[in-house]
Write a protein that binds this ligand. Structure first.
Ligand SMILES: [Zn+2]
Length: 139
């Protein structure tokens, strides 16, 4: 297997494919591709040479097309990582908000609950996760 990719007709003509060393066929794409199984080694791509430098490659192995595909994959990976970071940040923010609510509930528990705005007192009274945390801190 070779990652060497000729960029001129002359370079392509100088190379061979596979273990026995098959000669370059000018009508076909210059890319060396793997066989159907691990035993068959590599061979010259069967597709018509129609693209890339000196039209040495097929549309799929055109170095520009390969680069565009790699760039698109990288952009998609980056977007995925950014989304993951944003999700992690959101989770952290929710956790902080929850901890704050538990802290407020702790300080305004029992007869001090009426000092809080009703919506907050109701939220603390109805939120089972907050009540569970309060019960833990009392234990
Ligand atoms: Zn090809």
């Amino acid at each position: 297997m070779s990652s060497y990719n000729p960029t001129t007709r002359k370079e392509a003509e100088a190379r061979t494919y596979g273990r026995p060393g098959f000669a370059y066929k000018p009508a076909q794409c210059a890319e060396s591709v793997s066989g159907a199984d691990i035993w068959s080694g590599s061979h010259q791509c069967n597709r018509k040479a129609v693209a890339g430098p000196e039209k040495l490659y097929c549309g799929q192995h055109d170095p520009a097309a390969k680069k565009a595909k790699a760039d698109a994959r990288e952009a998609a990976d980056n977007a995925r990582w950014l989304a993951r970071d944003a999700q992690a940040e959101l989770t952290t923010d929710r956790r902080k908000a929850f901890d704050t609510l538990v802290e407020v509930a702790h300080w305004f528990s029992g007869d001090r609950l009426h000092f809080l705005p009703k919506y907050l007192a109701d939220e603390i009274a109805d939120n089972r996760s907050v009540q569970r945390e309060l019960a833990k801190s009392r234990a």
